[in-house]
Design a binder for this molecule. Structure first.
Ligand code: ADE
Ligand code: ZN
Length: 349
């Protein structure tokens, strides 16, 4: 990684570098990109009644105390999504913002059970999202793919039924993930379904160590055979695990603004991102649920760099990690990394 010797640069210039550097976003729940304005517009379009009087009243409810307090509102917000075009419009709005943030590749999580449990067809969900991903590649220059997430507060049987419904649309998603309420729903609950997904050639990731203990990160790796850990910030509580993540090159998709909004850390200055990088772990920066947590990926970079006093060499490493840890084809990854190297060469000049 040659530009690691980058000299420190002035804050204004660093902000510009963070904004413009090519990057991948690997941890974005597409339902978490649904802005209050769009929730109201879709509610009107579909005749859905919302328990909030206005956009402002809804936004005022975004004062979370933990993961569950957020999830309750997040699932309620998703109730306005009924038609294929709704899923398309939601994903397109995110992908336009991603393009503006110089995201060259995005892997979008989606929660089918949130929709099928309300009577929405799997086809409606996947085909709407997939069409937006395809169009983004053609007209925005953003490569985008889908990762189907199982809700961990539901049963493994429910996950198996969901997989069965999705398999006729297998070409539209590249992998599976595990999200929703973490504590009390450990990775081992989903060992059989992840084994099946591995046999099907699907990529595997899981949320682990967001609120849950470091042990969940170990078991996600051992029992679910995941290739990346989503969040993983609780790893700092386990020195052996830190060494394991670094030596095995396991990427963490860290979401700093999410961690503050969900009270995992009291403020950004207490965030462990710098510590993870220092330990040689392949951390990346992502937005998680940007409409709810106050910023898309570039805001996550800008605010975290300012709070932790990170520098251009960290920016390079984080962007490179994101491209390298993506599930894109090796040739595409190599081309993006070359673009990143050229960009940092121009910063150094
Ligand atoms: N679903 C959407 N956002 C999530 C998060 N931060 N953790 C777990 N499940 C989620
Ligand atoms: Zn998440």
């Amino acid at each position: 990684m040659k530009p690691l010797t980058l000299a420190p640069i002035a804050p204004e210039r660093l902000s510009d570098v963070l904004r413009r550097m090519p990057k991948a976003e690997l941890h974005i729940h597409i339902e978490g990109s649904l802005e209050p304005e769009m929730i109201f517009a879709l509610a009107r379009r579909n005749g859905v009644e919302l328990p909030y009087a206005s956009v402002e009243a809804l936004r005022a409810a975004y004062a979370f105390t933990n993961l569950q307090s957020f999830l309750d509102i997040y699932y309620a917000g998703a109730s306005v999504l009924l038609k294929e075009q709704d899923f398309y419009d939601m994903a397109w709005a995110y992908l336009e913002k991603a393009a503006a943030d110089h995201v060259v590749h995005a892997e979008l999580f989606f929660d089918p059970q949130t929709h099928t449990s309300r009577g929405v067809d799997m086809d409606t969900v996947i085909l709407g999202l997939s069409r937006a991903c395809r169009d983004a590649g053609q007209t925005l220059g953003v490569s985008a793919s889908l990762i189907l997430c199982f809700l961990r507060h539901l049963s493994e049987d429910d996950a198996f039924a969901t997989l069965e419904q999705a398999l006729p649309l297998r070409e539209h998603f590249i992998g599976v993930g595990l999200d929703s309420s973490e504590v009390g729903h450990p990775p081992e609950k989903f060992a059989r379904i992840f084994k099946r997904c591995g046999e099907l050639g699907l990529h595997r990731v899981a949320h682990a160590g967001e609120e849950g203990p470091p042990a969940y990160i170990h078991t996600a790796l051992d029992l679910l055979q995941v290739e990346r850990i989503d969040h993983g910030v609780q790893a700092t509580r386990d020195r052996t695990l830190m060494q394991r993540l670094a030596s095995q090159g396991i990427a963490l998709t860290v979401c700093p603004l999410s961690n503050i909004k969900l009270c995992v850390y009291p403020d950004l200055r207490s965030h462990s991102l710098g510590q993870l990088l220092e330990a040689g772990i392949a951390a990346t920066v992502n937005s998680d649920d940007p409409a709810y947590f106050g910023g898309y990926v570039n805001q996550n970079f800008l605010q975290t760099f300012q709070a932790l006093d990170l520098q251009a060499s960290h920016a390079y490493r984080l962007a490179r990690n994101s491209l390298q840890a993506s599930f894109a084809a090796e040739a595409a990854k190599a081309a993006w990394i070359e673009r990143l190297d050229d960009f940092f060469e121009s910063v150094r000049a």
